[in-house]
Design a protein around this ligand. Structure first.
Ligand code: HPA
Ligand code: ZN
Length: 342
């Protein structure tokens, strides 16, 4: 039963300026929008109602989620669909105190269905510009490659993205982790970095610590997405702390996909206390039951995070972002001023 101090902490969290660094745009597609877009395009759905669809969001591991996630995105057909989905996320993020978002998108999910890369990026881009004008929220786009597909497919996608080079900040790696190690994508990531993009990768969500090392040493990533399985390897944890490698942790996602049985069992607090640069993020909030403020609040309650921990997590999110140094300093000062005033 949440107490009144829980409510005060939740209010504090919502108002705290923060960056979101691990958010899949296609994972923000709410069941209501799935139904609205399906009706607009005359697409039949396997579920009779929004509630029935939401009830189908019961997963036991990453693959059981991905199967539903890929099916849900089938209703995204035209530029306006991508604009609406993106606008919906940014409205919710702004309400949760997000001042800057670095957003993943999965172009292969769409180009494989015959939706043009240009349709995807133009729809997303128009919503990003509108949200910056309306809320002042800043954003970056991260193009993710689907690791269950061949590296040659990723390379073709990279080439399709080149005309939109300036709209994209970094490349990432997502989808089914086990059996799809980062090393398979070394050549694609080398090309991406040669083209001037930064790099991140999902590693150590379900996969072993070795995948985290490969992402660092072979893909030269600036951050590890998830990374929670680093704890099985002491030397790796020491390295991550010493090098200040950020981990974009997604607590509610980890529980929904069985990485931890309960939120109380999550290792986020232990990793934070070991000096790792941990951030809190929502991953696929339409599927996992909470946007970023709910991830902060639920984790704070489950692990007994202090107010100092919460502020540190917000500071880490800014420090780990791809914002220019001057903007980072300005936001860190705003976070400190907010914490002092509340
Ligand atoms: N892991 C891997 N791929 C994904 C995820 C995730 O948590 N969410 C969307 N694609
Ligand atoms: Zn993810």
């Amino acid at each position: 039963m949440p107490s009144s101090s829980d409510a005060a902490m939740a209010t504090f969290i919502r108002g705290l300026p923060k960056a979101e660094l691990h958010i899949h745009l296609e994972g923000t597609l709410e069941p209501e929008m799935v139904f609205a877009l399906a009706a607009r395009h005359g697409v039949g759905l396997r579920y009779p109602s929004v509630d029935a669809l939401r009830r189908a969001y019961a997963f036991h591991d990453l693959q059981s989620f991905l199967d539903v996630y890929y099916a849900g995105a089938d209703v995204l057909r035209d530029e306006d669909d991508f604009r609406s989905m993106t606008a919906g996320y940014l409205r919710r993020a702004h309400a949760d105190g997000v001042v800057h978002a670095e957003i993943f998108f999965d172009p292969q999910m769409h180009t494989r269905r015959g939706v043009a890369f240009e349709t995807v990026i133009r729809g997303i881009g128009s919503a990003l510009a509108a949200a910056q004008a309306e809320f002042g929220i800043t954003t970056r786009l991260i193009l993710c490659f689907l690791r269950h597909l061949p590296a040659a497919d990723a390379m073709r996608t990279l080439e399709e993205a080149l005309p939109y080079r300036d709209a994209i900040c970094a490349v990432g790696l997502d989808s089914s982790e086990m059996g799809n190690p980062p090393s398979r994508f070394a050549e694609v990531f080398r090309r991406a970095r040669d083209e001037g993009w930064l790099a991140v990768a999902h590693a150590g969500e379900e996969g072993p610590p070795e995948y985290i090392r490969e992402a660092l040493d072979m893909l030269h990533v600036a951050r590890i997405d998830h990374g929670v399985r680093c704890e099985a390897d002491d030397a790796l944890c020491r390295r991550l702390a010493a090098e200040g490698v950020p981990l974009t942790v997604c607590p509610l996602s980890n529980v929904k996909l069985g990485v931890f049985a309960r939120l109380q069992d999550h290792n986020l607090k232990r990793l934070l206390d070991r000096g790792l640069r941990i951030t809190i993020n929502s991953d696929d909030p339409a599927y996992f039951g909470g946007y970023i403020a709910e991830n902060f609040s639920a984790t704070q309650r489950a692990l007994g995070l202090t107010r100092g921990d919460v502020v540190q997590l917000a500071r880490n999110s800014i420090a780990a972002s791809f914002l220019p140094e001057s903007a980072k300093l300005a936001w860190l000062a705003r976070i400190d001023a907010y914490a002092a005033a509340h």
